[in-house]
Ligand binder design. Structure first.
Ligand SMILES: Nc1nc2c(ncn2[C@@H]2O[C@H](COP(=O)(O)OP(=O)(O)OP(=O)(O)O)[C@@H](O)[C@H]2O)c(=O)[nH]1
Ligand SMILES: [Mg+2]
Length: 337
């Protein structure tokens, strides 16, 4: 069975069932969030694939060229797009597939296989240390959604019964500490802050102390937005990590880079630069609801091998979803509307 058929049978509309289990309801909610959050991307990608397949009776060179263009414009990345099209051409010739719809299905299969076979495991939830506090460091350029994603992640793990605390490591931007304090108040979780313009590493140190002494399960460290081209600011991240690691062995256990999904291929450049100074364990792509270029996820995976762990599909707390490849492809290709 091709992936198209598989996704349809997995997620396609089923008649309403009485007395659904809470777990199944959660799954439905999550799928709806994907469908809604990826509406723009779906419109740009799936509708164009569909439209293309209707214009050609049989695939030919022009068809593949148009297909490549759609991939590139959806931010799948030039290199990966070219490779996908080459593989597709090969398959078409080898297996004598000339039907446009079949080719499109095969493309989706290739996208799936390409993603699923790269890099490490596909477990996306935060991996908790076997004992002591688990530390998550959150980094990224300015305005990508670090602080709000932190709030959403805190919300997620508070709901799972974890003791969560926040550390206001952005001592640089006026108002940043206040912003995180407001979130801590709303979420009702402890926060460690420092003075404006104080050394973020010392705030992180105080945070780590607090976490150890108060039996915290998850300590999330916010950091100031920084351009990947500013060497001194990038090195500061290394210092923060080292200081935390001295207090809590193995920390930071997780380091997430936040990328704004609307920035396109520049996100890939950011990821490369941040990867050099921190041991990134995951990527969170935000604002997917605001872009029609949902293919960015594939190119990030292709070029970095760092997994996308969470995806921001809107502004509600629940809109930060664990990344799920099936749901993503469903939302990108088949969802409602
Ligand atoms: N629509 C949408 N908006 C988002 C999402 N994630 C974040 N935002 C918005 O993006 C804006 C910036 O978010 P912040 O969390 O303050 O970004 P930041 O990276 O902490 O910014 P700096 O601290 O200034 O570097 C806010 O208006 C958020 O509401 C998302 O998934 N979807
Ligand atoms: Mg911030």
């Amino acid at each position: 069975m091709g992936l198209f058929a598989f996704l349809k049978s997995k997620f396609g509309k089923k008649p309403a069932e009485e007395g659904k289990k809470p777990e199944a309801e959660k799954q439905d909610e999550s799928l709806k969030t994907y469908e809604k959050g990826l509406a723009k991307s779906r419109k740009a990608f799936a509708s164009r694939l569909d439209e293309l397949s209707k214009r050609y009776a049989k695939v030919n060179g022009d068809y593949f060229e148009e297909l490549e263009q759609i991939l590139i414009e959806s931010d799948v990345g030039v290199e990966l797009s070219i490779r996908l099209i080459e593989e597709l051409l090969d398959k078409s010739e080898r297996e004598k597939i000339y039907e446009p719809k079949e080719i499109n299905d095969a493309l989706v299969d290739l996208m799936f296989v390409d993603y699923a076979t790269k890099g490490d495991s596909i477990e996306n939830e935060i991996r908790f240390a076997s004992e002591g506090p688990t530390v998550l460091l959150v980094v990224g350029v300015n305005g990508v959604g670090k602080t709000t994603s932190i709030a959403k992640l805190a919300y997620r793990y508070l709901n799972k019964g974890k003791k969560v605390m926040l550390v206001a490591g952005d001592t640089f931007r006026a108002g940043a500490v206040e912003q995180l304090k407001i979130w801590a108040g709303r979420l009702n979780c402890p926060i460690v802050t420092g003075e404006e313009n104080s050394d973020p590493a010392s705030v992180a140190f105080n945070g780590a102390r607090y976490a150890k002494e108060n039996g915290i399960d998850l300590m999330i460290v916010d950091t100031a937005g920084r351009q990947q081209t500013k060497a001194n600011l990038m090195q500061e991240l290394g210092k923060i990590s080292r200081v935390i690691g001295k207090e809590i062995p193995g920390a930071p256990h997780e380091a997430f880079l936040i990328i704004d999904g609307t920035t396109g291929q520049n996100g890939v450049l950011q990821a490369k630069a941040f990867k050099e100074v921190t041991d990134l364990t995951g990527i969170v792509i935000t604002k997917m609801d605001g872009t029609s270029k949902g293919g960015i996820i594939l190119s990030i995976r292709d070029e970095l091998g760092v997994p996308v762990r969470f995806m921001g599909l809107g502004e509600r707390m629940e809109d930060l979803q664990e990344f799920d490849l099936d749901k993503y492809l469903y939302g990108l290709l088949l969802g409602s509307e």
